[in-house]
Design a protein around this ligand. Structure first.
Ligand SMILES: NC(=O)c1ccc[n+]([C@@H]2O[C@H](COP(=O)([O-])OP(=O)(O)OC[C@H]3O[C@@H](n4cnc5c(N)ncnc54)[C@H](O)[C@@H]3O)[C@@H](O)[C@H]2O)c1
Length: 261
C-alpha cells in the first residue's frame, strides 16, 4: 500500500528538478500524477518513465503565469482523472539578479509573474476542484531566499517572490481550512537542479555586498548536499495523511544551512 494510493496530484514545474523528483516520488506511492510544465520534451520524458514503471501519469504543457493556460491544464486534469487531491505549486525561475536601478521592470514582472502570480493562478483554478473532492493538500515551493536568507546581492525580485509566496500560503491556509484543504510550503536551500539555466546575473558586485563564491555557500549542518529527492520527501509528508493536522507552515529543507546566514 502506498502513502498516496489513487490520489490525483497536480504538479507544476514537473519536467525538471524538484518537481520531477516529487512527481516520481508521489507516483511510487500510488498517486496519479498530472505533470504541468512549459517544456514539452522534459514532460514527455518524465511521463514515459513514470508510466513505464506502472504509475499513472498525464502531461500537460502549461505556462503558470498565464490564466487561460492554468485553467485549461486543471480542466484537462479533471477530465482525465475526475478528481483532485494534491496540488504542488512548484514551477519557478531564478530570473535576473541585478542592482535595483539596473533590473528592468519587465524582468521584475517576469520573476513575480512566474513565481507569485503562477502560484496564485494555480490556487485560483485548483481550489474549486479541491473543494469538490472534500479537501486536499496544497504545497508551494518557496525558498530560504526571502524568508531566512538575504545575503544574495541582486536577488530582490526572486527573494520578494519567495517571501510573498509564504504570505499567500498562510492566507490560503486560513481561508481554506474549513473546507479540509491544508496549505503549506517547502523552503529548499541550495539544491542541484536546472534552475541556473534560466538565471541571469548582471552587475551584482555593484550592490556592494560580499558575494558568496560558487560552491562556497554555507554547507548543510550535517555537511551533506541537498538533493531534489530531499525536497520530494518533505512534499510527500505534506501531501500525505501523516500531516493531516499541519497547515499554514513553511518547512525548511536545507540541512540547517540558512541558520548560518
Ligand atoms: N534549486 C534550488 O536551489 C532551489 C532552492 C530554493 C527554491 N527553489 C525553487 O524550487 C522550484 C523548482 O525549481 P528547480 O530548482 O527544480 O528548477 P528547475 O529549473 O530544474 O525546474 C523548474 C521547472 O519549472 C518550469 N517552469 C519555469 N517557468 C514556468 C512557467 N511559467 N510555467 C510552467 N513551468 C515553468 C521549468 O520549465 C522547469 O522544468 C522553483 O520554484 C524554485 O524557485 C529551488
Amino acid at each position: 500500500m502506498g502513502m498516496l494510493d489513487d490520489r490525483v496530484c497536480f504538479i507544476t514545474g514537473a519536467a525538471s528538478g524538484i518537481g520531477e523528483s516529487t512527481a516520481r516520488r508521489f507516483a511510487r506511492e500510488g498517486a496519479k500524477v498530472v505533470l504541468a510544465d512549459l517544456k514539452e520534451d522534459g514532460l514527455e520524458r518524465v511521463r514515459r518513465d513514470i508510466g513505464g514503471s506502472g504509475g499513472g501519469a498525464t502531461s500537460l504543457v502549461c505556462d503558470v503565469s498565464d490564466a487561460r493556460s492554468v485553467q485549461h491544464a486543471l480542466a484537462a486534469a479533471m477530465e482525465r482523472w475526475g478528481r483532485l487531491d494534491v496540488v504542488f505549486a512548484n514551477a519557478g525561475i531564478a530570473g535576473v539578479w541585478a542592482p535595483l536601478e539596473d533590473l528592468q521592470p519587465e524582468e521584475w514582472d517576469r520573476t513575480i509573474g512566474t513565481n507569485l502570480r503562477g502560484v496564485f493562478l494555480t490556487l485560483h483554478f485548483a481550489v474549486p476542484h479541491l473543494k469538490a473532492t472534500g479537501g486536499g493538500s496544497v504545497i508551494i515551493t518557496s525558498s530560504i531566499s526571502g524568508n531566512r536568507t538575504y545575503a544574495q546581492p541582486g536577488a530582490a525580485a526572486y527573494s520578494t517572490s519567495k517571501a510573498a509566496q509564504v504570505a499567500l500560503m498562510k492566507m490560503a491556509a486560513l481561508e481554506l481550512g474549513r473546507y479540509g484543504i491544508r496549505v503549506n510550503a517547502v523552503c529548499p536551500g541550495t539544491i542541484p537542479t536546472n534552475i541556473g539555466q534560466n538565471m541571469e546575473t548582471r552587475n551584482t558586485q555593484e550592490v556592494g555586498l560580499p558575494e558568496i563564491p560558487e560552491g562556497e555557500g554555507n554547507p548543510a549542518l550535517h555537511g551533506g548536499i541537498g538533493q531534489p529527492r530531499d525536497v520530494a520527501d518533505a512534499c510527500l509528508f505534506l501531501a500525505s495523511d501523516l500531516s493531516l493536522h499541519i497547515s499554514g507552515v513553511e518547512i525548511y529543507v536545507d540541512g540547517g544551512e540558512s541558520l548560518l546566514r
